[in-house]
Ligand binder design. Structure first.
Ligand code: FAD
Ligand code: NAP
Length: 540
């Protein structure tokens, strides 16, 4: 029971973060007649697309889908220059949307939220910020991103390196980094490494690629968007918005095989795989591509294609992922990465054979040699999903911290709310379709669900909402159930399950039941008055 007290909130809603989710949340708050304040640690909007300004950074979900649909005029008036737009253009787009929605005036930039504590007596959240401000609100939306807390690898001697050091996840914005004539080392070959390495190789004198685990690299999309396709999207953006929510991944797949794996003989399968590779949808060569036998054929085919691109057999072998099936980790997309290794000044250092022993002032020391470097680039990823949450000191009912509640890995219901933390909303977080979907579609869907929930509370005079303990346990089981059906999900070491961070609990953190199922479950809760949640009552 909540006691009425004289304490008044400073505003109804606080939104932390100004990426895809935060910008839309600020707009939604205003639309629903709620007073709102925003905080963002960066000096501008963009989130991912502000920070990851490394050369070659771009989305790999087509931009005509990786965009907002809530405002048809934005869809009609924005022209993407490429099917998969580059970082600068996406940030410019997000800035354009923020200006159009007039939400910039609500945001305190360069301001980090460091603390958030809930009072069960008042049903209010109190936040502390890096500027020394204290803000009290009723609803807290932490749109702080799943991939926003960079991972800094703990390598001996890293601080002693005398050359230039860069992180792809915090790339300088005030100047162009010049690699010309320099010896550059890159640690990390995930999606960021795969995008930045070919760009560095364009001007560097030598490039050394330190690869711990090889990844699948499949063709990407590029070039101008088909004008007929764009016109059809613009005809009825709201219908497209609805249709995206009915798909598995929140976007329109580039193609999908006509047949099921079991319907085809060996020749038919080869033909389907060839067609899918040429059509740039190799992962969906068969209608039932998720089946282990279909996935094994797809994985083998991609391995062969990758090896055919790289001329040197030793390099080709080491660039090929032998240890996990396709999809066990986030695959990378590029038409230039593997080709870069055919250039004489680019060398692969497979760390499984010659591990890094440490970093010296003039280069990287492996078990075989010291590689002298002028520049070291870390493309080492993120403390994904929980990293940004734990960076804030969050306490809920009874002063229990979220770190304690998530000691054995994240637990929530429908990827957005945590038992014991009423009115705290976490878009893009654990146990949502997250990175296995188009995250722009997800941002809009989750923020709609969050503000529909808030509106419901307002209309029903209920001060607080949080999921029942059993609901989040059920949700974790459902998440694990679907992960178990995805080849390699539970057996591959990846950031999906926290395996990239030493000591992080191993829990698969992405909901693989598909966007439609996820969205339908959210709608059912709304329609039925939140049966899986605990609803607080106003005292008196
Ligand atoms: P973010 O964009 O991460 O924004 C979170 C914001 O919160 C950040 O600006 C951060 O500074 C701020 N913040 C965090 N903590 C605090 C705090 N305590 N106080 C104040 N501010 C705080 N997804 C796709 O679907 N397709 C893609 O092609 C794709 N490409 C990607 C490429 C890269 C290089 C990366 C890193 C990710 C990519 N993603 C992609 C995932 C991407 O993160 C999401 O698509 C989306 O941009 C996330 O938006 P968001 O608003 O949830 O979070
Ligand atoms: P990542 O996928 O986690 O890759 C990090 C890389 O660094 C891996 O190769 C990892 O090796 C290596 N690494 C980490 N610590 C290391 C150490 N101590 N020594 C040696 N190697 C080390 O991170 P990311 O590339 O930044 O991508 C993160 C996610 O962001 C992606 O999965 C994707 O969701 C998103 N993203 C998308 C795009 C896009 O194309 N749209 C681009 C960039 C990022 P191991 O594999 O062995 O751990």
């Amino acid at each position: 029971m909540i006691e009425r007290t004289s304490k008044q909130p400073d505003c109804d809603v606080v939104v932390v973060g100004a990426g895809f989710a935060g910008i839309y949340a600020l707009w939604q708050a205003r639309q629903r007649g709620l007073s709102v304040r925003g905080f963002e640690s960066a000096p501008d909007v963009g989130g991912t697309w502000y920070w990851n300004a490394y050369p070659g950074a771009r989305c790999d979900v087509p931009s005509y889908n990786y965009a907002y649909f809530f405002d048809s005029e934005i869809v009609r008036n924005w022209n993407w220059s490429d099917i998969c737009a580059y970082q600068g253009e996406i940030q410019h787009y997000l800035r354009h949307v923020a200006e159009r929605c007039d939400i910039l005036r609500d945001i305190a930039f360069d301001t980090k939220v460091s603390r958030a504590s809930y009072s069960a007596e008042t049903a209010l959240w109190t936040l502390s910020t890096s500027s020394g401000e204290t803000v009290v609100c009723r609803y807290l939306v932490l749109a702080i991103g799943a991939l926003s807390e960079p991972k800094v690898p703990d390598i001996d001697g890293a601080h002693d390196f005398a050359g230039e050091t860069y992180f792809t996840s915090k790339w300088p914005k005030d100047r162009a980094v010049d690699f010309a004539g320099k010896r550059v080392g890159v640690i990390g070959t995930g999606s960021s490494g795969v995008q930045v390495i070919p760009e560095i190789a364009k001007t560097a004198e030598r490039v050394f690629v330190f690869q711990r685990t090889a990844n699948y690299v499949i063709p990407t999309e590029g070039g101008p968007i088909d004008s007929k396709h764009m016109s059809s999207l613009r005809q009825d953006p709201q219908a497209v918005r609805q249709a995206l929510r009915e798909t598995y991944g929140g976007n329109q797949p580039l193609g999908i095989g006509e047949h099921r794996f079991g319907e085809l003989d060996e020749t038919g399968r080869e033909e389907a795989l060839r067609k899918a590779w040429d059509g740039r949808y190799p992962a969906l060569a068969f209608r039932d591509a998720h089946l282990p036998e279909a996935n094994a054929a797809i994985s083998d085919h991609i391995r062969k294609r990758m090896q055919a691109i790289v001329e040197d057999p030793w390099t080709a072998h080491h660039l090929t992922p032998w240890d996990h099936p396709y999809g066990g980790k986030r695959p990378c997309r590029s038409d230039v990465y593997l080709q870069t290794f055919n250039e004489p000044h680019v060398r692969l250092i497979p760390l499984a054979e010659t591990p890094i022993l440490g970093i010296a002032p003039h280069g990287v020391v492996t078990s075989a040699e010291t590689i002298e470097l002028d520049v070291l680039v870390y493309a080492t990823g993120f403390d994904a999903i929980t990293g940004s949450v734990f960076a804030i000191d969050i306490t809920g009912i009874g002063g229990r911290s979220i770190k304690e509640a998530w000691r054995d890995g994240p637990l929530n219901y429908l990827g957005t709310m945590v038992h014991g933390f009423p009115n705290l909303f976490l878009p893009s977080s654990a146990m949502s379709p997250s990175v296995l979907s188009n995250m722009a579609t997800l941002a809009e869907q989750q923020i709609d669900f969050i503000f529909d929930s808030i509106l419901w509370l307002e209309q029903h005079g209920r001060p607080g909402l949080h999921p029942q303990r059993e609901s989040q346990e059920r949700w974790r089981e459902e998440t694990l159930h679907y992960a178990g059906r995805r080849p390699g999900a539970l057996t591959t070491k990846s950031w999906y399950s926290g395996a990239n961070i030493p000591g992080k609990p191993r829990v698969f953190m992405v909901y693989c039941g598909g966007f439609k199922k996820y969205h339908d479950t959210c709608l059912t809760e709304l329609r039925e008055g939140f049966p899986s949640y605990a609803l607080e009552r106003q005292a008196g």
